[in-house]
Design a protein around this ligand. Sequence first.
Ligand SMILES: Cc1ncc(COP(=O)(O)O)c(C=O)c1O
Length: 383
Amino acid sequence: MKLNDDARFSTICIHAGQEPDPSTGAIITPIYQTSTYVQEGLGQHKGFEYGRTQNPTRMALERNVAAIESGIAGIAFASGMAAIDAILTRLESGDHVLVSDNTYGGTFRLFERVRRKFGLCFSYVDSSNLDLIAPAITPRTKYLFLESPTNPLLRITDLAAASDIAHRHGVRVIVDNTFASPYLQRPLELGADIVVHSTTKFLNGHSDSVGGIVVVRHADDEEWMRFVQNAAGAILGPMDSWLVLRGTKTLDVRMERTNANAMALAEFLAGHPKVTETIYPGLTSHPQHKLAARQMRGFGGLISFDTGSIDAATRLLGRVRLLALAESLGGVETLISHPAVMTHASVPPERRAAIGISDGLVRISVGIEDVDDLKADLTQALA
Ligand SMILES: Cc1ncc(COP(=O)(O)O)c(C=O)c1O
């Protein structure tokens, strides 16, 4: 299937990277569940030697997501964390990474508890304030690691402007695009150098696989990431690759409904007397609403809101029936979670308080159910 150079987003999602299976014509890339490939003679093979090194299902997914994110290559890993860790392996002891201060708790834990031991240095900056970025860059800074919107406070960084600042200092820009998904924004088009995803979330979209992918735009990054994928071996398996490949086919329509549902729920929560604050980039009350409207195509599926106290949050979470109390996000089902106790438990309490993650804060990952059913469940649970 030859895609035109001007193929549009949903067409790319459905077709990029995939050809009908050469042996049968199957329209869907098969799950090549094999660990090795028989060679015709010594040194004679079809480009496939061993399952860690090459797998046709994984390679189809990698081509697909690379096209969706406008990169030159995708490199898929066993989880989002494995993908982020692989990016760090390009660095040397003593190198410094400047990180969005509201980064995902697991990323913070990897940086502080694992990679710091190996001599990497990390510091944290409110990257939504562009003035703070340049002063935080040191002669050893190699990466600016951004999340936008951040989890769970949904702060937005101007990705094009932040990339400009970093590049002026010779620093490469990594964007964790998990929260937004490439439907909302494509950071490589805005100047970033590497995009990383937990494919577990919107790309897979069905809460049935854990995975990660790195998408690059420079040949040297591709070369290293492919090398380390094979050398360290944290590959995405064929079954999970297939599930994500199936998921990206519906990314466009899922995100369209997700955006609409989330906007309606955010407005509902903002007007609810038991909610003290609603954080959603689509609300004009969001301090960076204009930037979000300019940078993103829609405002995404995550809403955070303050119930005022841990007791109120606990009551709400105990009473929801349709919304599922669970970590993760980006699936077709609506999930509700408590950042301080769940996703951000690995962030020390004083740091949580400093960045604004209160004990009453609740986060919703909005799914694609009928929004009136979601409103009804929240209405009874908040009553
Ligand atoms: C923004 C973000 N990045 C990375 C990850 C890690 O991904 P995984 O759970 O697939 O390892 C998560 C997981 O929640 C996330 O929310």
